[in-house]
Design a protein around this ligand. Sequence first.
Ligand code: MN3
Length: 202
Amino acid sequence: MKHELKSLEYSYDALEPYIDKETMEIHHSKHHKGYVDKLNLAIEKFSGAGEKSVEEILENLNSIPEEIRRGIINNAGGVYNHDFFWSILKKEVEPTGKIIEEIKKKFGSFDGFKKELSNAAATIFGSGWAWLVLDEGELEIVQTKNQDSPISTKKIPLIGIDVWEHAYYLKYQNKRPEYIENFFKVINWEKVNELFLNGKKE
Ligand code: MN3
């Protein structure tokens, strides 16, 4: 199976001014595409991954021969994480739904949650992601390095913040906290709530 770059369901300028058009375009058409291309190259050398989706690959890392495992994780993770990232972004969606009730229960308040997730995103040293996940039915905030994905450790992602410099540097330069603050203005809470409700059923 040849992996393909999925198109975005909105235009590159849809998240302006919080995430600018140029960043979106380069992030999707160059960085995300790069992971797709490199994954396709990597799996040519590993027939066992040939028919698997990126989810199946990432959920079964032990089935990948050790000498090529890191390359597959980086690129399959890069594809999966970005597909996920685009899917939860939308401007001006009010935080409502069952997910918000659960967030308040778990983190004390919405602001408490925001602080904790922002802090997780701000304190990743180098490249990586901060996530809100369901871990055995419980909301948790976790970090992953590089393009490691929470689905490799059986967690269900609900929100993922890409804090690789390529995600924000053009507009925000070294001001990662400002990017994170604005990221909260483009979370599609309807989608996150849907992921939460589906994840609870699993
Ligand atoms: Mn990225």
